[in-house]
Ligand binder design. Structure first.
Ligand code: PMT
Length: 219
């Protein structure tokens, strides 16, 4: 039994990695499996929400009750998120979005020359910051994936990106794994959660989001 704490609400999530093409066969990506984002999407649907998930390439099936929009590049993920924002109450950015992309993607396979080569990277838009900065911004939850100093970086991201909540995890705990250990950061401080399977953890995180979202409506 899952309490329908998000009944009547619309939740938009991002999940998985992005893939930034270098040429038709190669690209820059990371080892996000999508498990955390898909588990959260499923938990939001169980909690009664209308759920839309913009997902980078993963091998996972879309959870029941979740409308998935498949994308590849960060630029596509950004456009899909902005196009879906209408009526969204809660935005949860779980995707491991590439901060940079190759300045140009070659039309044909780059051939080996024996010489060293240089790849110029340009910054991608920060999707979460852009959504959170809108005058009609939904309740925004970000993730922070760090390899050290989790408290400093995660709380820093919450403040810089102007987010209601950040879910912080160390990459060695959560990236590509079946379980995860996270700390929630909000205006009241840090709230560590016990290590658990991502499916189980997702239910706890969604309850925490629903409670804070509910409180934000009373202000
Ligand atoms: O997919 P799994 O294998 O289950 O792994 C889960 C996870 C480790 C990917 C997940 O728990 C996680 O931490 N996701 C966020 C990864 C990340 O890119 O964090 P970040 O600290 O670089 O980014 C901070 C926040 O800004 C994130 O909410 C991210 O989605 C968002 N962002 C970042 C860059 C960008 N260009 N646009 C964004 O929206």
């Amino acid at each position: 039994f899952t309490p329908k704490v998000l009944a009547g609400r619309k939740v938009l999530l991002t999940a998985g990695p992005t893939f930034e093409p270098v040429d038709p066969v190669r690209g820059l990506t990371n080892s996000s499996s999508g498990k955390m984002g898909y588990s959260l999407a499923r938990a939001c649907a169980h909690a009664g929400a209308e759920v839309v998930m913009v997902s980078g390439p993963t091998g996972l099936p879309a959870p029941d009750g979740v409308r998935r929009i498949g994308v590849v590049r960060a630029l596509d993920m950004r456009d899909a998120v902005i196009a879906e924002l209408d009526g969204v109450d809660v935005f949860i950015a779980v995707a491991a979005v590439a901060d940079y992309r190759p300045e140009a993607s070659a039309e044909h396979k780059v051939k080996k020359s024996g010489e060293s080569m240089t790849l110029t990277l340009v910054p991608n838009p920060d999707i979460l910051s852009e959504v959170a900065a809108r005058p009609d911004a939904p309740f925004c939850v970000g993730f922070a994936a760090e390899s050290r100093d989790l408290d400093t970086y995660a709380e820093g991201k919450r403040q810089t990106k102007r987010l209601q909540m950040v879910v912080g995890n160390l990459v060695q705990d959560g990236l590509g794994t079946d379980d995860n250990q996270v700390v929630l950061y909000d205006a009241d401080g840090r709230h560590p959660l016990p290590r658990a399977a991502k499916g189980e953890l997702a239910g706890v995180i969604v309850s925490a989001i629903a409670e804070r979202f509910g409180r934000s409506l009373l202000r």
